[in-house]
Design a protein around this ligand. Sequence first.
Ligand SMILES: C[S@@+](CC[C@H](N)C(=O)[O-])C[C@H]1O[C@@H](n2cnc3c(N)ncnc32)[C@H](O)[C@@H]1O
Length: 271
Amino acid sequence: MSDFSDRVARLRTERRLTQRELAESLELSRQTVSNWEKGKIEPNIGVLAKIASYFGVSTDFLLGHETYTTQYEGKYRQEGFYWGRKINRLAHEVLRLMTPERPLRLLDVGCGEGQAAVFFARNGYHVTAFDIAASGLAKGRGLAKAAGVHVDFFQADFLHHELINDYDVIYSTDVLEYVPPEKRESVMRGFREHTRTGGINVLDTFVEKEFIDTAPDWEHDKEFYWQTGELFSHYRGNWKLELCEETIFDCDSGGMPHRHCMDMMIARKMV
Ligand SMILES: C[S@@+](CC[C@H](N)C(=O)[O-])C[C@H]1O[C@@H](n2cnc3c(N)ncnc32)[C@H](O)[C@@H]1O
């Protein structure tokens, strides 16, 4: 399969569209979509632009040219789990606040090596999870297989990817620092709009403190500190803050002990 056929098939299935539905939206035949996905044909430039616009991704992404270059791509290729197997406290909070007594849909944004996604699937959630690092997704798929659960893992860049489905839980930990300030409102709006009523957004991010040095593995061209309280300010009106905390903790990622300040939040959509 070519990069294009792989990506178009993934985008379509993530949005739970049939080949016919996608074809109709693009005013093409179902056979054309089927042939793309089999790698038999590729679209011309005009159609490629139309597909990119329809899915809210770049044409480079569709063609597989967009390089996935967070530092984690390499780190996740190494043996073992870069982030270990410990489950974040916020993941346990999800279980407490949104116990899956009925089928609940959960999205893990920037899922890394998939530990949390698999944890949720083992606890009965219907889990979709994506990350920009293909190597992390491969680990996550292995973990899910070993646990005998299904997780809908796919590769995407949240700076381009527009959500289509709605979720009961949108969960993203240690990721939002990768969203530059000018993109924050649109990314957060996407989370808010794609949360079902009664559902929750479970998020954290690093905040800037003058008295804390920047972590040694900070990616200066890609990571951006948030301001204290900034995260919470995206959840007003019909959102109730179930948890809203700022904490300072020790960390040794990157091989050198350092400290972080983090804002953590769980917000529930009331209407
Ligand atoms: C610090 S790791 C956290 C991983 C995971 N959430 C966890 O808590 O173990 C940050 C993750 O964000 C992903 N990431 C960074 N920028 C991204 C983007 N633009 N789109 C999707 N994922 C991204 C990285 O590949 C990495 O896996």
